[in-house]
Design a protein around this ligand. Structure first.
Ligand SMILES: Cc1ncc(COP(=O)(O)O)c(C=O)c1O
Length: 412
């Protein structure tokens, strides 16, 4: 995989510069160290294995938050709660001064139960139930996304006078996990909707977009920033004074392909914003999810079976006790390629297709491009899957095949 702006595979050194020092060297993998901190290793060693488990190191979440916050010159960061809604993570981020991008009533309720200031929550889902809008507004949330006239009407009825921001459509998307098509509207429509929002008594405050999740190339922000700046100028000429540009999420975690250091993202994106806005950048906010929690978590799972489909099949099938339905949904279309660490690393390896434990043939991972795993791997071995802190615990089925959900623990 190549990162466009660099035109070459990222060098390990660039990646290593940004990784924490508290990393267990025993789990090096292809030159990219795993993010399996001592605290995580100690927890795994001390706690009996009862099934797949995700261990999150809160100190790594804190480091990621501090790095991104600094690299975006202190711009407010609204953590996308959907990435990992674990209360301990939310608490740590709240202590650090984070704000929260919430997608549903459930996420709002969780933040409120934790005692967070509702004024620091932003309802970023463009598709909301009227009763959830009313719940949010009654509880002090005052920032609602929209990308359609019908949504504006809902907001005006359920949250009269609320502050609203328009999500722009991002048509071309090079992100590993695209979020294009489904969300946002074209700039011309956005312009009309801003005027409609004013007519409806709402307060248009800004523009948002999402370049797609796991956007490894910072120049992926360029095109939409140019569109956003042009739209910003047009609506301002029509009397709508916007005050914030929400540059969304998209900041990457370190999977097999690696990613540039976080500091690089901030600097590059700030440059692109300045360029698009002719040297007069607006106030920005960001909504990172994966970039804050992805690298902070490690899943431990167990090998249930290693087999071949025929005696001369060069590929082995490695069946794990976790698969697409139990937390590894983002392996769909091989979009996210996790690193797999085993105690047998360092010896001879061969190609393996991974599969989950359910009786569903969709529950297969990396069949198109198999992963190389030690030849000695066998049932009963444990594997570590680093950088699994985002979109795993909740992005899973409910008791499919009678399988209990993955457990989550925090350390640090
Ligand atoms: C509105 C919104 N903001 C932020 C995010 C977080 O994105 P990421 O995890 O790529 O940072 C998402 C992810 O789906 C989202 O839908």
């Amino acid at each position: 995989m190549f990162v466009g702006e660099f035109g070459a595979r990222l060098r390990t050194r660039e990646i290593e510069e940004d990784i924490p020092t508290r990393v267990n060297a025993a789990v090096d993998f292809e030159g990219v160290r795993g993010g399996v901190t001592e605290a995580i290793s100690e927890f795994l060693a001390a706690t009996p294995y009862e099934g797949p488990r995700l261990v999150m190191d809160l100190d790594l979440v804190e480091q990621a938050y501090r790095r991104l916050h600094a690299s975006l010159d202190g711009a407010p960061l609204y953590y996308a709660v959907k990435a990992n809604p674990n209360p301990q993570i939310l608490r740590r981020l709240n202590q650090l001064g984070a704000r929260f991008d919430v997608a549903s009533r459930g996420e709002i309720a969780r933040c409120l139960e934790l005692g967070f200031d509702p004024g620091r929550l932003s309802f970023g889902n463009t598709v909301k139930r009227p009763s959830d809008i009313a719940f949010a507004y009654a509880n002090g949330v005052d920032g609602f996304a929209f990308d359609a006239e019908e949504e504006l009407v809902k907001i005006a009825e359920a949250a009269p006078g609320a502050r609203v921001f328009c999500r722009l459509l991002v048509e071309e998307c090079d992100a590993d996990w695209p979020l294009s098509r489904k969300f946002g509207c074209a700039p011309e429509m956005a312009e009309r909707l801003f005027l409609r929002a004013v007519e409806l008594g709402l307060k248009p405050i800004g523009l948002s977009f999402h370049v797609g999740s796991q956007m490894r190339d910072p120049s992926g922000w360029r095109k939409v920033l140019t569109q956003a700046a042009a739209l910003w100028r047009r609506v301002s000429l029509r009397g709508v004074r916007l005050e914030m540009l929400n540059i969304g999420g998209g900041f990457p975690a370190r999977y097999s392909e690696g990613a540039p250091p976080m500091a690089f993202y901030g600097a590059r994106i700030l440059d692109l914003i300045s360029e698009a806005f002719n040297g007069h950048p607006p106030k920005i906010i960001a909504e990172p999810g994966r970039g804050l929690v992805g690298d902070a978590g490690v899943i431990e799972a167990e090998v249930l079976l290693v087999s071949r489909k025929s005696d001369d099949d060069p590929k082995r099938w490695v069946y794990l006790d976790i698969g697409k339905f139990g937390g590894l949904a983002e392996t769909t279309d091989e979009a996210i390629r996790y690193r797999i660490l085993t105690d047998r690393d360092g010896g001879a390896v061969g190609p393996c297709v991974l599969a989950g434990p359910t009786c569903d043939s969709v529950d297969v991972m990396y069949e198109r491009d198999p992963v190389m795993l030690p030849l000695g791997l066998k049932a009963g071995d444990r594997v570590l899957i680093p950088a699994t802190g985002a979109y795993t615990t909740t992005y899973a089925s409910v008791w499919f095949n009678g399988i209990e959900p993955m457990q989550e623990f925090t350390v640090g």
